[in-house]
Design a protein around this ligand. Structure first.
Ligand SMILES: Nc1ncnc2c1ncn2[C@@H]1O[C@H](COP(=O)(O)OP(=O)(O)OP(=O)(O)O)[C@@H](O)[C@H]1O
Length: 281
């Protein structure tokens, strides 16, 4: 299948339970080339499960997931070789030096970009001679990122990739992530609790609340379309304005169609941090 015209990753009405715990509910969204999607949700909202389901590591109850044009549950080796994934708690390679770990890892990927590897080792301040088991958590995370990215995967999924990185490295990395996606025609899905990072580098944000996708929107449209409305007495919102959350007279709305909100209501625009707080009031 020619995936250049297809979504690189597509969730369609996905339901997932662990025993009685419903973790993903009717979840639908898709990523195409050049998209960098920041996934935001509380602890336990379902972000890691969603990524693992896209890799076929966990199965789903109903709905479908198409990853690089194939059913996620039965991905071919060829498709897997085009996916980069950094889980929350990366990996082994104990007993290896960074150089030997990279040598082994890169041997699985014919399109491995050695120049990118060298550049990123330098950027992350990693010494190839260092033993992997002696690395700090942040350094391990950096190495995991190089391993997932240096073959320029078509789909890159990063589960809180920068949580342990210091602000300088984090900022550089996030910028590079965006560039890489654009340059290579890849799609990136990354989860993060750092809303300012999502605002800075993502093209879209996907907001998940208890397994449900409550919002999927271009970052640039957020400020204009999502706002907090303080409704006056007896005032109602026009039909077509989607209510995301309600707390007494305060209503968090997605006004995608830019409909007129009643005259005396106070409407405030929100940044992503404020939006997240209002969503969980
Ligand atoms: N293997 C599993 N068996 C049973 N329950 C699980 C399993 N994996 C995840 N869960 C449950 O699924 C829910 C979603 O977990 P998930 O790890 O996807 O959340 P998350 O959004 O990534 O959270 P965090 O931000 O804390 O990483 C949680 O209630 C969790 O306890």
């Amino acid at each position: 299948m020619d995936i250049s015209t297809e979504a690189i990753l597509k969730f369609n009405q996905v339901d997932k339970c662990f025993d009685d715990n419903v973790v993903l509910k009717q979840l639908s969204f898709s990523l195409s080339a050049g998209m960098v999607v920041g996934l935001l949700g509380q602890n336990g909202a379902g972000k890691s499960t969603l990524m693992r389901a896209a890799l076929g590591i966990v199965d789903i109850e109903s709905g479908s997931i198409s990853t690089l044009g194939e059913p996620a549950a039965s991905l071919s080796i060829q498709a897997k070789a085009k996916i980069g994934y950094v889980p929350q708690q990366p990996f082994g390679y104990e007993g290896f030096t960074i150089a030997s770990a990279l040598e082994l890892h890169s041997s699985f990927y014919p399109q491995w970009d050695k120049r990118l590897q060298t550049e990123w080792l330098e950027r992350f301040g990693l010494d190839p001679k260092q033993q992997v088991q002696k690395l700090s958590v942040g350094q391990r995370q950096s190495l995991a990122l190089i391993m997932a990215m240096a073959y320029r995967p078509q789909l890159l999924m990063l589960d809180e990739p920068v949580a342990s990185l210091d602000p300088i490295v984090r900022r550089q990395f996030m910028g590079d992530l965006f560039e890489l996606a654009l340059e290579s025609g890849s799609a990136v899905l990354f989860s993060s609790h750092i809303t300012s990072d999502i605002e800075r580098v993502a093209s879209h944000v996907a907001l998940i609340k208890r397994g449900e996708l409550v919002l999927f929107k271009e970052i640039d449209a957020l400020r204009e379309e999502v706002s907090l409305v303080h409704l006056g007495e007896n005032q109602t919102l026009p039909q077509g304005v989607k209510v995301l959350n309600r707390y007494q007279q305060q209503v968090l709305v997605d006004n995608e169609n830019q409909l007129e909100i009643p005259g005396s209501s106070q409407v405030s625009s929100l940044n992503l941090d404020q939006l997240f707080m209002e969503l969980h009031r």
